[in-house]
Write a protein that binds this ligand. Structure first.
Ligand SMILES: Cc1cc2nc3c(=O)[nH]c(=O)nc-3n(C[C@H](O)[C@H](O)[C@H](O)COP(=O)(O)O)c2cc1C
Length: 373
């Protein structure tokens, strides 16, 4: 299979953006760019939406490592009198990457969802996405995000209204069910009924949260049964595994979240793997440089030192899963900048290659759950 770079994929249809004087790209995500990506021969690589992580700053850092083909915003909270959150809107209007950005919504109030979708599609967004997966109790108890999976008729009504209102691509990100993966059989016909442009499946139930037992077979079922493209999401953390999942499930691409925080080289490693090239592993010192870049981008002048260190823990909690338990133990306890860097340097100031694959807790048999399929 010939793997094309994002630019080659688009050919002459690409609107090649030029950064303005402040380094931002203007209006770089015409929806047709996104549609071309979804229907290209090469698999699409997407960064998963992650609240408090997939900010403008993180997008900027990730793109320096090659980055995904398409970004998702964290969700805009939608209710009766909501307005799109400014910091999320910034990741669209000041998108520093030149790649498409999909705007994600969470909520269940149909008029508010329609109003917000119409408003957002006036900005340079590649698509409007509906969140049907958030497992946070504060969200699902209000019957939003993953909570909606308990009310399929309500999903049906929301999809109908949004599909009518959204004039650019309209996509959905779902889990496989609320309490049981058996619910997926009820959900699929609803997704099939509305002409959505893409379904992303995080192959866990809401009740499962992030525990092992990812059902890639259900994603393969969605790819077989739906006429729209399907993106696979959940526990993708290595190039070899990515290639295997693409081959086995028939999806149009992969959406990667925590694996990309942990290993910003992952998207490029997957591209190399698909081209049949040898994967280049970063060294400990490369990882240290990445953490320095995150720090430089996340730093807010005037913010308390402890708050800054706290902010970095949002990233090191995930990065640490690729380093080891002792690092995680120590970094979780630091409070000062000096201690933060002392711990990082103790563990990763070296030239050894690192796979950055997660060290997961042991399964019920006491074995490390390396491939939690
Ligand atoms: C910190 C964090 C924040 C998240 N925020 C969102 C979100 O705003 N919208 C959403 O659809 N999913 C959100 N997710 C779920 C991810 O998009 C993704 O579905 C999940 O992490 C599984 O993919 P992964 O195994 O590649 O991380 C979040 C996940 C994490 C870890």
């Amino acid at each position: 299979m010939k793997i094309l770079t994002p630019l080659q994929k688009f050919g002459t249809n690409l609107v090649q953006a030029q950064p303005s004087s402040d380094g931002c790209f203007d209006c770089v995500t015409p929806p047709e760019t996104f549609s071309n990506l979804l229907h290209a021969a090469a698999p699409v690589l997407a960064l998963a939406p992650m609240q408090d992580v997939t900010t403008l700053q993180f997008m900027r850092v990730l793109d320096r490592y090659g980055g995904p083909d398409v970004y998702w915003t964290e969700y805009f909270r939608v209710h009766g009198d909501s307005r799109p959150e400014k910091w999320i809107l910034d990741s669209i209007t000041k998108n520093p990457t030149g790649k498409p950005v999909v705007a994600q919504l969470i909520g269940n109030d149909i008029p508010a969802l329609v109003r917000t979708a119409k408003l957002l599609q006036q900005h340079p967004v590649a698509a409007i996405d509906l969140n049907l997966g958030c497992p946070a109790p504060i969200v699902y108890r209000k019957c939003a995000g993953g909570g909606l999976l308990r009310e399929p008729e309500r999903i049906d009504a929301i999809l109908g209204a949004l599909r009518d209102a959204v004039t650019i691509p309209f996509t959905v990100k779902t889990r496989t069910g609320f309490s049981s993966p058996a619910e997926f059989d009820t959900l699929l016909p609803i997704f099939a009924k509305h002409p959505i442009d893409l379904l992303t499946v995080h192959a866990r139930t809401v009740a499962q949260m992030y525990r092992p037992g990812v059902r890639y077979d259900l994603i393969a079922q969605a790819a077989r049964e739906l006429s729209c493209p399907v993106l696979l999401n959940g526990n993708v953390f290595s190039a070899a595994q990515a290639q295997q999942l693409l081959a086995e499930t028939g999806v149009c691409g992969l959406m990667i979240g925590r694996g990309a925080i942990r290993n910003p080289w992952l998207f490029e490693q997957i591209r190399a793997q698909l081209r049949g090239e040898k994967i280049k592993l970063p060294t400990g010192r490369d990882l240290l440089n990445y953490i320095h870049e995150l720090w430089d981008n996340e730093i807010t002048p005037g913010v308390r030192e402890s708050a800054q260190v706290q902010r970095m823990k949002k990233f090191t909690n995930f990065i640490g899963e690729g380093i080891g338990e002792k690092f995680l133990h120590d970094i979780r306890r630091v409070e000062t900048t000096a201690d933060f860097w002392r711990v990082c340097e103790t563990f990763i100031d070296h030239d050894e290659p690192m796979t950055l694959e997660p060290i997961l807790p042991p399964n019920k048999d006491g074995l490390p759950e390396k491939f939690p399929l």
